[in-house]
Design a binder for this molecule. Sequence first.
Ligand SMILES: [Fe+2]
Length: 260
Amino acid sequence: MTIDASSRCGVGVCNDNVQFYQDNGYLRLPLQAHGMCQSLAELQQWVADIFQWGLDKGKWRHYYESINDKHILWDTEKLIEYHPPMQELLTGDRPFSLLRALTGREMVLFKDEIAWKMPGGKGAVPHLDRPAYSLFAPEFVEIMIAVDAHTVQNGCLEFVPRSHKEAVPISADGRIEPAWLEGKEFVPMLLDAGDILIFNESMVHRLAPNGTDQRRAAVFGTYHFDVSQPDLRDRFYAHRLIYSPPENAWVEEAVSATQM
Ligand SMILES: [Fe+2]
């Protein structure tokens, strides 16, 4: 569904924001402007609660990474069923109002997670997020909520502004062709805790490792545009359980997921 441009200046987003997003492919908004949560302390408490979640089976999904022989939490997915405030944060009126204003389209939550980026946490080479999820959603938009400040030192996202408008060549292994990257300037997306950053599946980005001794966490909500598939998130997570299982994967659910 396409929404008339005249109705696009919704809560927290003005016409300049819409223009900036469409021109550059991203938008940063401070907590006071996006209004997705009442306070930073509240958001940080929710995230602290989720960090304590154990390796229960059949619930949320914990993924880990190995850093210098340490096994550290990297990502926790499929949150909203188990945390009502996080569900409201990512599926309440405010995120949809913001995203409708920027994109002019309706959308449905596709993926929800916390990227922990613990001290020493790995970075990522330049990439688009599109190839990772294109089997399910050819187009999507992401809201990243900074739980901690994001700096160059702790591995903030770095964007190539306006790359969302380019036909970026992707090789068979999902990487951006090196020739396209030559001479491109990556701009660090510096964020204060509580800020949000919105971008879509076609933004070229990279991340440095977290070189500090402090966590650099972010909550992500990813939204697809095919409103005829309200259960796409369920099918995506069922598929992911088999092909990209978390630390707390369980055989019984993986088997039943194949029958969906
Ligand atoms: Fe990415």
